[in-house]
Design a protein around this ligand. Sequence first.
Ligand SMILES: Cc1cc2nc3c(=O)[nH]c(=O)nc-3n(C[C@H](O)[C@H](O)[C@H](O)COP(=O)(O)O)c2cc1C
Length: 374
Amino acid sequence: MASPASRRSPRSRDKTGGSSFIDLVWSRVARPLLFRLDPELAHRIVLTLLTIMPAFGRQNDSDVLEQNLWGMRFVNPLGLAAGLDKDAVALAAWQTLGFGFAEVGTITPRPQPGNPRPRLWRLPEHRALINRLGFPGLGMEVAARRVERLRQRRPRMRIGVNLGPNKDTPPERVADDIAALAQRLGPVADFIVINISSPNTPGLREWQAPQHLRTLITRAFAGRLEAGANRPPLLIKLAPDIDSDQLRLICETAMELRLNGIVATNTTTAREAVGVRADYPGGLSGQPLKSRAREIISQIYRHAGGALPIIGVGGVASAEDAYGHICAGANLVELYTGLIYEGPGLPTTIVDGLTALMERDGYGRIKDAVGSSA
Ligand SMILES: Cc1cc2nc3c(=O)[nH]c(=O)nc-3n(C[C@H](O)[C@H](O)[C@H](O)COP(=O)(O)O)c2cc1C
């Protein structure tokens, strides 16, 4: 069996995560230039560059980090969080950067423009972002075709799709939107996530209430069933702004309905608790969210006794952060804001660092570390 070190990416750096050429170029040249631009314009430029990047470069794989979840192989536990590649434009590049999976979306049934601008702000002193984008996107047909095309090229990376209702869908039709999305996108995805936690779509978080959740999950299962043979695992994505009683009820409902997992967490509407000035409306992500997200992850792990797979997300910007979420109970970890501040070398830094942390603690397999501190 190849040793983890022998299977590391040629782009990787020493195991302690020392700076690579890519990190230097990012922190000294690219980031200062991009941070002078409007955040959305910078985002568009980077995504466009990523679409012309060589597709399917070598991926970060390592025997210790490999995991079998929902009957699927994940070559490493690090994924791209939803929101960065809403329309699945740069899918192949995420594998090239070293992610083991990517979650695209949030995808809505019909195209929509999102909220009026400005709607995205950087908080560099907190290594954070605030957004109230409101699901701008091209709609499910475009996304489904793109994901389908990519799947035909047999990526090693897993692809999740994150689903949400259109903003103008009335509450009584939200479950129809979710069912339609699950039906159209289920067949092309490795897993499906229902987003009931964005703070930027009015009323969406109310679907976290158990009675509403039950309706939504049942309809999504039905939509997925109608789609045919490929029935990918179904997860929900939660907000960090819920108390432990609410969370316990959600976990009980999820287990009763045999939901396949939970993504924790989305951005937070809290400001004071995380020591950030409340200048902008919307959801806060990045470093100030980390401890709250980790708390939610460990609570879900304890409520479910480890029986509900968790994708941990919130404030991950280093191998230690990712490892902390895994030890709190996450089977997989995602990031978004960390990539904006640390740059494209971050996935490789994290994957290498995770291997080193596991060796340090004597874990031979990532699944042995899951929940070890919960
Ligand atoms: C600009 C931006 C847009 C986002 N859009 C979405 C989205 O469309 N759907 C979703 O489920 N989460 C969305 N998120 C939330 C992220 O997926 C993630 O849950 C959150 O940012 C916490 O992770 P992070 O601290 O690594 O960024 C968005 C986050 C940011 C910063």
